[in-house]
Design a binder for this molecule. Structure first.
Ligand code: HPA
Length: 267
């Protein structure tokens, strides 16, 4: 199944990517900075799902970013869209087979840590999987990795340090914290957010964790960055809206792009 996708891609694309990018809600802008881009629609790639979430385009873009060969998922798949978690991580394994060694993920997240502000960027240091699903359930794909992968350094420490260098000259406040993933699509309740805070979560979102688990399993180094697009439910006395998430995403997208380009240059 994977080889069909890989063969199809190799028949169309000349770039051999070393770095993979997955861009979150409203954060697809960096893909426009890819030089000599070659794009494939998800719907044309065997085994790929199509993206339905707003702000997600549904294309795989190959090319160069800061001189490095990259592949970028413009738009990602979410559990709340009703997909099987295995299909959600299919592209990660395809990236691995194409030669990707490092995966950079961005997402939009709600701030649980009350020291955080909207517009901050959180380097994910660790996660809490509250999705109730794991992409590795079922027969282990031994060719990709071991049955019980170690998750104690899921978010590569060296990459996390590198972000702190790459932020030089970028107008964005960096944080480092724990990302908690919920399935969605409803936002969390204030009671849930209070509970998650006690657990040690700093931000909450509806993505990333399945991709990270699949990447760690197959030995791809991971960096994840959460843009705090809103304070989580109950932190402020106002309702949460998708509009705010998209709005903050596009407002900060330029600085996030700069940061990612700096970072890729350092890789
Ligand atoms: N909760 C869950 N997912 C999110 C949020 C949130 O507050 N903001 C952006 N994505």
């Amino acid at each position: 199944m994977y080889s069909k996708a890989v063969d199809f891609i190799k028949s169309k694309i000349t770039v051999q990517p070393r770095i993979g990018l997955i861009l979150g809600s409203g954060l697809g802008g960096v893909s426009e900075r890819i030089e000599e881009p070659q794009a494939l629609d998800y719907k044309d790639i065997p085994g790929f799902l199509s993206s339905t979430a707003p702000g997600h385009e549904g294309r795989l873009i190959f090319g160069r970013l800061s001189g490095k060969p990259v592949v970028c998922m413009q738009g990602r798949f979410h559990l709340y869209e009703g997909y099987d978690v295995k299909d959600i991580v299919f592209p990660i394994r395809v990236m691995k087979l194409l030669g990707v060694e490092t995966l950079i993920i961005t997402n939009a997240a709600g701030g649980i840590n009350t020291d955080y502000n909207v517009g901050d960027l959180m380097i994910v240091g660790d996660h809490i999987n509250f999705m109730g699903e794991n992409p590795l359930v079922g027969a282990n794909e031994q060719a990709f990795g071991t049955r019980f992968p170690d998750m104690s350094k899921a978010y590569d420490p060296a990459l996390r340090e590198l972000v702190k260098e790459a932020v030089d000259g970028v107008d964005i406040r960096l944080r480092e914290g724990v990302y908690l993933a919920c399935k969605g699509p409803s936002y969390e309740t204030p009671a849930e957010i209070r509970a998650f805070r006690i657990w040690g979560a700093d931000a909450v979102g509806m993505s990333t964790v399945p991709e990270v688990i699949a990447a760690v399993h197959c030995g791809v180094k991971v960096l994840a960055l959460s843009l705090i697009t809103n304070m989580a439910a109950g932190v402020l006395d106002k309702p949460l809206s998708e509009q705010e998430v998209i709005e903050i995403g596009s407002k900060k997208s330029g600085e996030l792009q700069k940061l990612i380009r700096n970072l890729v240059e350092l890789l």
